[in-house]
Design a protein. Structure first.
Length: 333
C-alpha cells in the first residue's frame, strides 16, 4: 500500500501549482486473478501483458479491466479498475500503466491513475492540467504524453506530458490541428498523432513531435480519414486500423494501414476481419493486438492479432465483456 501522506502531499503541490485539485482520491485495489504477475516479477522472468480498462458496454460505462498475457493467450484475466470511465487515454511507462482523463458518464475527467504489476494495485497520480476525453497517449523518453481530446465543449489542440519522477505535468507546444478521437504512438523517441475529428469531420492528417526540437511537423496523411480508431507502434512502424469516417453519410471502417518513418509513406494492409470503431489497439510481443469496439449496432468483445511477418490477422479469444472506447496499453516487465 502506498504512503497516503506522501501521495497526498504530491497531489496538493501539483494541484496548487496548476490551479487544480485532484478529482481522484488515493485508492489501491488488488485482484486475486493477477497474483501470478507479482510472482513472475519476483522470479525475474520477463513477460509482456496487454491491459484493457473501462470503456462502454451497450450503454453502460464499465469499472472493470482485463488482461491478455503473451505466454497465456488462450484466455483473458479479469482485473480491477480504479473507477468507471470510458474514452480515456492510456500508455505504459517505466513498468507502470497510466490511465488519464475520459468520461465517467457525468463529466469529462482530468484524473489520472497508475497501475503497478509488482505491487498489484492502482494509485492516484497528479491530475491532468486540462480535462480530456478522446485524447491520445504515448510514452517516449521517460515521459508520458497526452495529446488533444475534448472537454465536451471544445476540441483541444493542447498537449501535456508527465514526468513520473517528479510527478509534474507540463504543457507542451500545441498540435497543428485540434483533434478528438485521435490515436498516437512513439517510435525512436518521437511521438506521432493521427486522425481524429476537429469537431466537424473526421481527419486523415498526421503530425510528429520531436522532443529535441520542441515542435510538431506535418507528415503524409493516412489514406483514409479516421476517428475513434486503433493505433500502435509495432517494430518501427505505426499501425492504424478501423474507426469511423464522416465521409459521405458516414461509415464504420474495416481498413488498416501502416506508416514507415524510414521512407515517409503509408502502406495498405489486409483489412480487419470485422469493421468497427472504438477499437483498443496495442503492441503485444511484436504483434498488433486489437479488441472491442462497435460495428454500429452493438459493442463487441472480439479480439484479433495482426502478425507483421505473416501479414495476416489471427482470431484471438474474446474478452469477458464487450467494450467500446476502452483504454489499452501493454507492459513488458
Amino acid at each position: 500500500m502506498p504512503d497516503m501522506t506522501a501521495v497526498t502531499e504530491v497531489l496538493s503541490r501539483v494541484g496548487a501549482h496548476a490551479g487544480l485539485t485532484s478529482g481522484l482520491n488515493l485508492r489501491a485495489t488488488c485482484s486475486s486473478s493477477s497474483r501470478g504477475t507479482s510472482a513472475n516479477v519476483l522470479r525475474g522472468n520477463s513477460t509482456a501483458q496487454a491491459y484493457v480498462i473501462g470503456g462502454e458496454s451497450n450503454g453502460h460505462i464499465l469499472s472493470s479491466a482485463e488482461s491478455l498475457h503473451s505466454e497465456r493467450m488462450s484466455s483473458w484475466e479479469e482485473l480491477c479498475a480504479p473507477d468507471s470511465r470510458t474514452w480515456a487515454a492510456c500508455a505504459g511507462l517505466s513498468g507502470r500503466l497510466f490511465i488519464c482523463g475520459g468520461n465517467d458518464g457525468v463529466q469529462v475527467l482530468n484524473s489520472v491513475a497508475s497501475f503497478s504489476p509488482v505491487a498489484n494495485c492502482w494509485e492516484a497520480m497528479p491530475s491532468l492540467i486540462r480535462r480530456r476525453e478522446g485524447a491520445a497517449a504515448a510514452a517516449a523518453g521517460g515521459l508520458l504524453y497526452i495529446l488533444g481530446g475534448g472537454d465536451g465543449a471544445s476540441v483541444h489542440d493542447s498537449t501535456e506530458c508527465l514526468d513520473p519522477e517528479t510527478g509534474c505535468w507540463m504543457l507542451l507546444p500545441t498540435l497543428r490541428y485540434p483533434r478528438v478521437g485521435c490515436a498516437a504512438g512513439a517510435i525512436d523517441g518521437q511521438v506521432y498523432v493521427c486522425g481524429g475529428s476537429d469537431g466537424r469531420e473526421s481527419m486523415s492528417s498526421v503530425e510528429r513531435y520531436d522532443p529535441s526540437r520542441g515542435e510538431w511537423e506535418d507528415l503524409p496523411p493516412m489514406s483514409q480519414d479516421r476517428e475513434r480508431f486503433g493505433a500502435a507502434a509495432v517494430k518501427r512502424y505505426l499501425y492504424v486500423c478501423g474507426g469511423w469516417s464522416s465521409r459521405g453519410d458516414g461509415q464504420v471502417l474495416v481498413s488498416a494501414e501502416r506508416y514507415d518513418p524510414a521512407n515517409g509513406s503509408w502502406e495498405d494492409l489486409a483489412p480487419m476481419p470485422q469493421r468497427r470503431h472504438g477499437i483498443a489497439a496495442a503492441c503485444l510481443d511484436g504483434r498488433l493486438l486489437i479488441c472491442g469496439g462497435s460495428y454500429g449496432r452493438q459493442d463487441v468483445r472480439s479480439a484479433e492479432m495482426y502478425d507483421p511477418v505473416a501479414m495476416a490477422w489471427v482470431q484471438m479469444p474474446g474478452m469477458h465483456l464487450s467494450r467500446n472506447c476502452a483504454a489499452i496499453a501493454s507492459l513488458r516487465y
